[in-house]
Ligand binder design. Structure first.
Ligand code: CU
Length: 190
């Protein structure tokens, strides 16, 4: 039953040693089942929310497409308007962040398919991670404490290229003269 925003994911075990690959096992992978409860499907079936239409997203920090991705500095606050879609973030490289900044990642999931949430985690962030449904925007705050290059990455298995869904932020010293720059792959967005 399609009972939640994030469906049970499926795992399959194949034998690829022969001429034709053979499915050995087909099974759902679910989290800890200890708190599972059963209720009649009729109580939730008509309340299932499959997709949040991106055009209805009125979040103050939404980016409704990669062209709207940007990074803005306001004193020590840095606002990153970021998008995510299989299998990359935009921007996926950012420079000009400094120790002492407070970085707000406003991440919009551009997917408009059912059950394609993406996750977002920032290496070194002391809060948590985000799970963002198709069409939604969520915010994670990160306060970098030291210089270096820090990765951020998708934390929810989203496609075969999930492992490549990542990016980097370069953190410079407080007061460094590194301008704010961001890009997507080789392409400089700003
Ligand atoms: Cu992802």
């Amino acid at each position: 039953m399609p009972t939640g925003p994030e469906l049970t994911q499926s795992a399959q075990l194949y034998d690829i040693s022969g001429e034709k690959m053979e499915l050995l096992l087909d099974f759902p992978t679910i989290g800890e089942p200890h708190y599972a409860q059963a209720i009649p499907a009729s109580r939730i079936l008509d309340k299932v929310k499959k997709i949040y239409p991106i055009e209805e997203n009125k979040h103050a920090y939404v980016a409704r497409g990669e062209k709207q991705a940007k990074v803005e500095r306001n004193g020590k606050d840095v606002h990153v308007y970021m998008t995510m879609i299989r299998s990359h973030f935009a921007p996926d490289n950012i420079e000009g962040i400094k120790v002492g900044d407070k970085v707000y990642f406003h991440v919009t999931n551009l997917e408009q398919d059912w059950d394609t949430p993406h996750g977002f985690a920032m290496h070194g962030a002391l809060n948590a991670e985000l799970l963002i449904m198709p069409g939604q925007t969520e915010t994670l705050v990160w306060e970098p404490k030291k210089e270096g290059v820090f990765p951020f990455y998708c934390t929810d298995f989203c496609s075969a290229l999930h492992q490549e869904m990542q990016g980097y932020v370069r953190v410079s010293a407080t007061g460094a003269n590194v301008p704010l720059k961001w890009g997507l792959g080789e392409e400089q967005l700003q």
